[in-house]
Design a protein around this ligand. Structure first.
Ligand code: ACO
Length: 446
């Protein structure tokens, strides 16, 4: 097969394709076809490979989707080389500095930043759906006290599907909207109760007068024996952290939600599948793993030994919180996170030796040829653990907080997929490398 660029105009049926004049010509076994090239509003052009199979009977092979766009999306744009992240066109730095999490949720769900009236209505709807059905509270008792809170999250969030199934019509705008509101509203309550259950403390009901993030902090840290006083600096810090994690285009957990729901499955169950995928240490579990690693390193003088381990191909150890599939430059979220980390520690008057270890580790790694040549930079998880620990969360809750923040991304991507006229059930193919046809041998002859 040979591949080369062409220039014929090709108009495809779907005018959303933003088809360019360019095409890619592919020759295979003497037959030449042209593949349309699609332009996005930003980012690299994309080759439409559907004719490869239709006209040449070929599949493409791309383990890990390193070069494959699985859908078109208007939500989030990442330029990994330049270190850019935007939600619906707005740079992440501006949203974190000037916006709040709830308006970011509105932006991701509905496409525009809300005006005051839209914001108030949205806030009101979310606020009025934060309570859990009383029967849901009993699920927690079934888990071991030492269960990882992510395991509890998967079970309890998935159980929402048993409360809201026959009433959901995902093909109806209103049905999708109310499900979206419920998921966003109930996720912090489910997460706070996972924390309270592990602590052996009573569940704290949500309060409607409190803002989303403040309400979450209160449900986590308040106890019935005394009044809870909000620290606005810490609430704002967590709100920024939520903004940074709100969406990240077609990552593993988001793609999981899209693939699971492409069959038309219940959205609560599909988001539970997203929580599962997020849990892994190569994805959302990295914040927990990064803090554990910093604790293990413990002091600046031990850094070189750990860097050597990270570079050793025979050692499975990797620098957690470093490297990213898409960012081959500094993760823009890591910059904001580092600033939030300093603000929180300064506000609380904490001198965390792990911050010194992290900063020195970053400095040395960024000067090291191994990391430079592979474009390995700190990602969002590198500084988030230190910050979340200072906010009072145990390491086991870090990925849970990520899940709370990412819920809006999963939900917005799910909505976009269902509303996409090109939507089809996700069904990748494979390169079969197993045995060729062979005949069954009776057991006594094997
Ligand atoms: N430490 C040491 N070496 C690394 C690291 C690391 N953290 N990350 C990548 N490398 C090396 C690999 O060994 C490989 O080297 P080679 O070319 O000599 O074989 C090269 O860099 C490329 O790495 P890949 O694994 O091919 O990159 P991929 O895009 O598949 O992986 C990933 C990205 C999973 C994030 C990886 O960098 C990693 O494991 N990082 C640590 C875990 C982490 O922090 N995950 C959080 C991601 S952010 C998020 O989910 C919010």
């Amino acid at each position: 097969m040979s591949v080369r660029g062409g220039s014929d105009v090709r108009d495809r049926e779907n005018n959303r394709n933003m088809t360019s004049k360019e095409t890619v010509r592919v020759t295979y076994k003497g037959k030449e076809i042209e593949l349309p090239v699609l332009h996005g509003t930003d980012g690299p052009d994309v080759v439409d490979i559907a004719p490869l199979n239709k006209e040449l009977g070929l599949f493409t092979y791309d383990p890990g989707f390193k070069a494959t766009a699985s859908c078109r999306s208007e939500l989030t744009f990442i330029d990994g080389k330049k270190g850019i992240l935007r939600y619906r066109g707005y740079p992440i730095e501006q949203l974190a500095e000037h916006g709040n999490y709830l308006e970011t949720c509105y932006l991701l769900l509905y496409g525009e930043l809300p005006n005051q009236q839209q914001y108030d209505e949205f806030n009101d709807k979310i606020t009025r759906h934060t309570m859990l059905h009383e029967q849901m509270m009993r699920f927690y008792q079934g888990f071991r006290r030492d269960a990882h809170p992510m395991a509890i999250m998967v079970g309890v969030f998935g159980a929402l599907s048993s409360f809201h199934h026959s009433s959901i019509n995902v093909t109806d705008d209103k049905g999708r909207d109310i499900s979206s509101i419920r998921m966003l509203a109930k996720m912090p309550t489910i997460a706070a109760y996972a924390y309270k259950y592990a602590k052996g403390q009573p569940f704290i009901y949500p309060r409607n007068e409190l803002y989303y993030t403040s309400n979450f902090l209160r449900m986590c840290f308040s106890v019935p024996t005394e009044d809870w006083h909000e620290d606005p600096v810490l609430s704002r810090a967590l709100d920024k952290i939520f903004i940074l994690h709100a969406d990240h285009e077609q990552n593993a957990s988001t793609s999981t939600v899209r693939l699971a729901s492409s069959s038309g499955a219940n959205p609560y169950a599909c988001v539970a599948a997203g929580i599962v995928s997020l849990w892994g240490p190569a994805h959302g579990g990295a914040n927990e793993a990064a803090l554990k690693m910093l604790m293990e390193i413990g002091s600046v003088k031990r850094i070189p030994a750990y860097l050597e381990r990270a570079k050793d191909k025979n050692d499975p150890f990797r620098l957690m919180g470093f490297g990213h599939r898409v960012y081959k430059n500094y993760d823009p979220r890591a910059r904001v996170m580092q600033k939030v980390c300093h603000e929180v520690l300064e506000h609380l008057g904490i001198e965390d030796p792990l911050l010194e270890v992290a900063m020195e580790l970053e400095r040395i790694a960024l000067e090291d040829d191994y990391f430079k040549s592979r474009n390995l930079y700190p990602n969002i998880d590198f500084y988030s653990g230190i910050t979340l620990r200072a906010l009072g969360f145990p390491t086991s809750m870090f990925t849970v907080l990520f899940a709370v923040a990412r819920t809006v991304g999963w939900v917005a991507q799910w909505r976009e997929m269902i509303e996409d006229p090109e939507q089809k059930i996700g069904r990748p193919r494979q390169l079969y490398v197993g045995p060729e046809k062979r005949d069954y041998i009776p057991m006594d002859q094997r």
